[in-house]
Design a protein around this ligand. Sequence first.
Ligand SMILES: NC(=O)c1ccc[n+]([C@@H]2O[C@H](COP(=O)([O-])OP(=O)(O)OC[C@H]3O[C@@H](n4cnc5c(N)ncnc54)[C@H](O)[C@@H]3O)[C@@H](O)[C@H]2O)c1
Length: 419
Amino acid sequence: MLPPANLFRRITFLEECSCNASLPLNGSAESTVGRFWKEAGRDSGDFPGRTGGFQFSSLKPLPSLTLRKISLRIVFDPPLSTVCPMNFLITGGAGFIGSNVAERLLRAGHAVWAFDDLNEYYPAVFKRQNIAEVAAIGGSRFQFRRGDITDRAGVDRIFSETAFDQVIHLAARAGVRPSLLEPALYQRVNVEGTVNLLEAGRERGVKKWVIASSSSVYGLNSKMPFSENDPIFSPISPYAASKLACEALGHVYHHIYGFDVAMLRFFTVYGPRQRPDLAIFKFATQIDAGRPITVFGDGSTARDYTFIDDIVDGIVACTERSLGYEIFNLGESQTVRLDQLIALLEHALGREAILDRQPLQPGDVPRTYADISKAATLLGYRPQTRVEEGIPRFVEWFRTFGRGRLQDEELRINTEGRG
Ligand SMILES: NC(=O)c1ccc[n+]([C@@H]2O[C@H](COP(=O)([O-])OP(=O)(O)OC[C@H]3O[C@@H](n4cnc5c(N)ncnc54)[C@H](O)[C@@H]3O)[C@@H](O)[C@H]2O)c1
């Protein structure tokens, strides 16, 4: 259910109009509006949205433009008591990104079902801790169900529990290098699991979806920054290939069954609740303990590191819009070299790193860099946390919650950076 128009706080013209205008809204409205093609300068008009009309009237005349593209950002920030609560299913809801999304949705007054098999790809103690933290915030509006997305009967059970308004599908096998060791597992979970969910949604008419893809789909693409329009026929890991398949499946269900699907290509996400198999967490653990860190390559590989709160902003923005089928890069649009990242960690931890240099690994790409202009225009996506600020925030969490949970033998999974 979409919230009523009178909950909008502010509309900001982002391009082609210099004015910021407060507008009283009337008529039915979508929770946010990405793009308008309209004759500016009129007092009111219709938004040809995919899910119905949007109307507004302005207090003061707009600048006189004819048939120009206008982007608007509508800030929707109602008091919690007035939120129209929705039922969200989050697959992978015990994981790093899923638990952070669940927390945000619960704080906004929604109900969340987290579906997760709590597998031991990395120690499930992290996932249980995430669930405990989220449950403490959500109370009875949060439900956890343990289940496997490759088990169609289990998927059907969760879908028959309640009428979900939206699905945020994040469950996946998420490591790049481990996918080279177990390619069939990655295809089964990431592809077959996704089909099971989409089918269950089709049977019950749950058509609003946000699905995790990955910057890994860009593979050997050498054009920088990576744009959603770039050809992506050169994945270099089974993981990347599985995410490409998910993007294709999302399009099929949009085209044939009218699903509304946002496919999100995340760029190396980090921050509180970070997966312990990712480089930033592993480096922090080793530097903190005065042990050598394994660095693949000469330190010149670079990643677009994205702070978790910005990723959550992007995901939530998708839940507030009707998009049809769209693919979005969600990155920071700031490329950081590996040696710079290590220096930031050293500074935040107050210790020098001991480096154990190893050759680059198969499946690694030299650089990632997100063009986020599409997400900016259609989602109002504006990443707020640069890595210089985000790493100290990660370290603060690491010191309180992350440190010590991981034993040496559990650091066996040798993945770096991207999932
Ligand atoms: N973290 C990143 O940097 C990053 C980058 C690009 C894409 N992604 C994608 O974002 C999503 C979330 O990633 P994350 O970093 O939170 O990883 P995560 O491993 O912390 O979360 C994924 C969750 O899915 C669950 N899961 C795995 N297989 C399952 C199955 N068969 N049935 C039910 N649950 C299952 C896991 O137990 C885990 O809790 C994934 O799809 C990942 O591929 C993440």
